[in-house]
Design a protein around this ligand. Structure first.
Ligand SMILES: [Zn+2]
Length: 383
């Protein structure tokens, strides 16, 4: 019986509960349009939302922590199914960062459903949910962690849970921090070399330090590039490549689909994880790698866009910090964003006295973003 089927105390409607020794925060579920194709696919996949969310929380905590070491700061997690670009992303809510939101694209789910005739719905929904749930609980070295490592840990957890998309294979990636399954399989190999506490140790290292590659020396006495080369070498010698493909985890959480996974003939396997709003025309062998890096960027962009929408400045906090955050987010979203659009975003972020300050600086709305920023900084004595 899955842990989540153990009776939860319904009287504690809005309180955290405990499953398998782990504190499960308040879990919420929001569907923006119950009639859309993606929502229909979720409802039609025979998934018990309460069970899959609790299983995802407990599965992630069990992969990275023990009941004694698991973080307890997360107060709520809301799974939001809504139409959007990309696949999914996780962010702090606008209440505060301890309230997490997992945004999952109904366009993407509908695409998976259509391409696999429903056969991959369950596995893919559970896999993406597990990946995003990792972001709710993993440490990120106070936001300084290598992005490829963060995504690699999320896919390592997904792999360990048994939700393995058909296009995933060991040995892919050119660098240790190519992210997603590329780094995930590298972490699997590391685990085989250094023991099952390997990834939890990496995560723990990032709990209370700023990230640097020194982490690898501390934990494994090697540079990550050297470790990755050793990993890649296991794929060089013909038949050994097969041996290097890690075994499918046993005792995993994977719910096996009732019918075998048969992708439509005209669609390659790796389409199962690909949903693009602007189809990319790729002609060479690197097409798949670029698709992967496209999603890596895409997930970061989705998070940045979300944070930018929620970022406000009311004139009372540090102006310097506000501009620093504002520009860091734009850097991820679109480093070449025109001045005009930057100004528009800036104006929409202002509240209260900050609006009055801007009105005094630029009463006729003619200044550029760049000019506003330097004039404002000068006025408030910020260099
Ligand atoms: Zn991710």
């Amino acid at each position: 019986m899955p842990d989540s089927q153990q009776p939860l105390d319904d009287k504690k409607d809005t309180k955290a509960t405990t499953v398998k020794g782990y504190r499960v925060p308040l879990l919420r579920f929001q569907v923006n349009d119950v009639c859309c194709d993606g929502a229909a696919a979720v409802f039609g996949a025979g998934l018990n939302i309460r069970q899959i969310m609790v299983d995802a929380v407990v599965g992630v905590l069990d992969a990275l922590y023990t009941p004694k070491t698991a973080p307890t700061n997360v107060r709520s997690i809301t799974l939001i199914l809504r139409p959007m670009d990309g696949v999914a992303y996780t962010t702090g809510s606008d209440i505060d960062n301890d309230h997490k939101e997992i945004h999952f694209s109904t366009h993407y789910i509908a695409g998976v459903h259509q391409r696999s005739d429903g056969a991959q719905d369950q596995e893919e929904i559970l896999g993406v949910l597990r990946h995003e749930m990792v972001h709710c609980f993993q440490y990120n070295a106070w936001g300084t962690a290598n992005g490829g490592l963060i995504e690699g840990i999320a896919d390592w957890v997904r792999y360990k849970a048994g939700f393995i998309p058909p296009h995933w294979h060991a040995g892919t990636g050119d660098k240790w921090d190519d992210g997603y399954q590329n780094t995930g399989y590298f972490l699997l190999w590391l685990e085989q070399q250094y023991g099952e506490a390997t990834v939890p140790r990496i995560n723990e290292w990032m709990r209370s330090r700023q990230y640097s590659d020194d982490m690898w020396i501390d934990l494994f006495n090697e540079k990550p590039s050297v470790l990755f080369k050793r990993y890649k070498n296991t794929f060089e010698a013909g038949d050994e490549a097969q041996a290097a493909e890690p075994p499918v985890p046993t005792g995993c959480d994977a719910v096996k689909p009732s019918s075998p996974v048969v992708p439509k003939d005209d669609v390659p396997d790796d389409q199962s994880y690909v949903e693009v709003t602007k189809p990319r025309v790729e002609t060479d062998d690197k097409a798949h790698d670029r698709t992967v890096s496209f999603f890596q960027i895409s997930e970061m962009r989705l998070v940045s866009r979300d944070r930018l929408c929620k970022l406000t400045y009311d004139g009372t906090g540090s102006l310097k910090r506000f501009f620093h955050t504002f520009e860091s987010l734009i850097e991820v979203l679109d480093p070449n964003m025109p001045d005009k659009e930057r100004k528009l975003l800036l104006v929409t972020a202002l509240r209260g006295t900050a609006v009055e300050q801007l009105d005094m600086l630029d009463p006729d709305n003619i200044m550029s973003y760049k000019a506003i920023k330097s004039a404002w900084a000068l006025n408030s004595g910020v260099r």
